[in-house]
Design a binder for this molecule. Structure first.
Ligand code: PMP
Length: 360
């Protein structure tokens, strides 16, 4: 088969090296004569996987000692509920920074548990979609925490500012975690579904500051309770062991190539290649202002939407998969997460140039 590049927003492309290693050791992992997915999560062999993966993630993100790392189920959407249920305490409101689709989805869920104060930060700048600077975000005194989504996967918008607050900052990093350097100590909670930059779907990472454990009401289901999960080392029930093992292999891969800083430089080069190509063309356009363009998700439109179908069909035939935009916005979207090599982005740009030449 010719080389295929998968631009899906999630579940997304995995590093090829990780897949090959997983395949090689699938039926006889660690010399046990069984696969890793068939052994007890409480066996010493799996505990070693769990501990190593946490150590590697801690190294990669320089997670301070006063944070717990939880390996959970339920995807980011479970966290949309878990966050208010764990953090509200006696408060009845929290600030929700609204920069796009996923921030709004978090608000929809939070409404079941409190009256979120929604702060719409979207605006237009130079005729492009942009977000207001953090100094303009109208935070409230009563908020128990400030929630935001630094990378809007569908809108292709990245918010580089942090809320200016001494309240716990909660970030949905599903589509940006490990793509660029962050300072974990500035956050109360970071959470991310695994299926973009971490591993396969089914695993969700939560990084939570210790002083935020134990605020939850008794009614909170134990499986969502950060304190319970921390005390039980993410083994309150059977965790998604195979996804956890694969996540651990992705962390090893990332460390081996030089860690998050090296990855960030690669991601910036990939994004520049694609945005520069789009910007010099009259045939393609991206509607997000330079300052807020996502490193990970690049939505783009064709000049003539009637060509969308042909573009997607021909791209697919050329091995460039899953380029359709999200169903709520249409158009195209190239998700270029950590595992996408620059050769994949170059192949896309080359294809786009030919398609433009043939259809302009
Ligand atoms: N937040 C963001 C930023 C996302 O991109 C997604 C999924 N695309 C979600 C939340 C929902 O994640 P999940 O399907 O893991 O619940």
């Amino acid at each position: 088969m010719d080389k295929v590049y998968n631009f899906c927003a999630g579940p997304a492309m995995m590093p090829a090296e990780v897949l090959v290693k997983a395949q090689q050791e699938l039926v006889n992992w660690n010399g046990l004569g069984t696969s890793v997915m068939e052994i007890s999560h409480r066996s010493k062999d799996f505990i070693a996987v769990a501990e190593q993966s946490e150590r590697d993630l801690r190294d990669l993100l320089a997670i301070p000692d006063n944070y717990h790392v939880l390996f959970c189920h339920g995807g980011a959407r479970a966290q949309f509920a878990a966050v208010p249920m764990n953090l509200l305490g006696d408060a009845t409101t929290a600030d929700y920074i609204d920069g796009g689709y996923w921030a709004q989805s978090a608000v929809d869920e939070a409404q079941k548990y409190c009256q979120p104060n929604v702060i719409d930060i979207t605006c237009e700048r130079d005729g492009k979609k942009a977000v207001l600077p953090a100094s303009d975000w109208a935070l409230t005194e009563q908020a128990a925490y400030v929630h935001f989504c630094p990378n809007e996967t569908i809108d292709g918008i990245e918010i580089r500012d942090l809320p200016q607050t001494d309240k716990p900052i909660v970030a949905d990093m599903s589509s940006t975690i490990l793509s660029r350097k962050i300072d974990v100590s500035q956050y109360g909670v970071i959470y991310a579904g695994a299926q973009k930059n971490i591993g396969p779907a089914g695993l969700t990472i939560v990084i939570v500051r210790d002083d935020l454990l134990g605020l939850a009401k008794d009614i909170l289901p134990s499986i969502l309770d950060y304190k319970v999960l921390a005390e039980k080392e993410s083994m309150f029930n059977t965790p998604p062991t195979f996804a956890w093992y694969l996540a651990g292999e992705v962390f090893k891969w990332l460390k081996a190539i030089g860690g998050v800083e090296v990855m960030q430089a690669r991601n910036e080069a990939k994004a520049k290649l694609l945005y520069d190509f789009i910007d010099q063309s009259d045939f393609y356009r991206n509607e997000v202002h330079q300052a807020n363009r996502s490193l990970m998700n690049v939505p783009f439109q064709l000049k003539n939407a009637e060509l969308d179908k042909a573009f997607l069909q021909q791209a697919d035939a050329a091995g460039l998969k899953a380029l359709a935009g999200h169903r709520v916005v249409g158009g195209m979207r190239a998700s270029i997460y950590n595992a996408m090599p620059i050769e994949g982005v170059q192949a896309l740009v080359d294809f786009m140039a030919v398609f433009e030449r043939d259809n302009a």
